[in-house]
Design a protein around this ligand. Sequence first.
Ligand code: FMN
Length: 245
Amino acid sequence: MSSEEQGIGRRYLQETRYLRSGLGERGPTYPTVPRYKEYPEAAERLVLAPGPHAPGADLWACLQARRSLRKYRDRPLSLEELTALVWAAQGVTLTSPPYLLRTAPSAGALYPVETYLAVHRVTGVAQGVWHLNIPDFALELLNQGDCRRPLVEACLSQQFMGSGAVAFIWTGILNRAMNKYRERAIRYLFLDAGHICQNLMLAATALGLGCCPVGAFFDEEVERLTQVDGVEEVALYLAAVGPVA
Ligand SMILES: Cc1cc2nc3c(=O)[nH]c(=O)nc-3n(C[C@H](O)[C@H](O)[C@H](O)COP(=O)(O)O)c2cc1C
């Protein structure tokens, strides 16, 4: 099959292979963008307590027990549970200037993935869409109110996205990674998101909570919820979390 006859997916993989003759210098270069996204104008800020908080859990037992769970009880999560989940996903574990190294690895320590939360039922935390500010380990409220319906609709009517206590939403800021890795960076965005989601799932398991990843969504609708442009910052992945039914 000639390269013109191949679909875009196969062409992308072919055209972003590292070759002995060159590491992907083909194509345009991209500008640098800030390492961290912050919302100084956020309606509300909630500084979380950094560090692992949850009682110890056996890693091997968590690996054995982890399942994608889609039925949740309607008990709210506590702020401590939410904090532990957020820290497991993207907590800073080592400051090594200019890097803030995290619980999950990232290609080149560039951390192009941004974390947003759609909070449905967490005691003491307003319902709405929040953004995780990494340097401050704080949540920034972008849009207050019940977002269960648009979230479920954005996820192809998967009801569990609205019946969990919180949904994690991950986006990718393209130039944060493309500035270094050019077109190949797109591969790394999704790998980074996968690491983060697995951390979240294992932490949810350790806390006795259920979690389900979601890759089936209408991109534009998720991007509207997180107020990102869908061009320079795009929706990558989501996960619902809630108490096990
Ligand atoms: C990239 C990815 C996307 C997924 N998207 C969805 C989804 O949209 N809806 C859903 O119910 N499960 C989704 N899942 C969960 C899978 O269905 C689940 O991982 C698989 O059935 C194996 O089950 P387990 O996770 O319990 O081991 C997704 C999993 C991955 C890794």
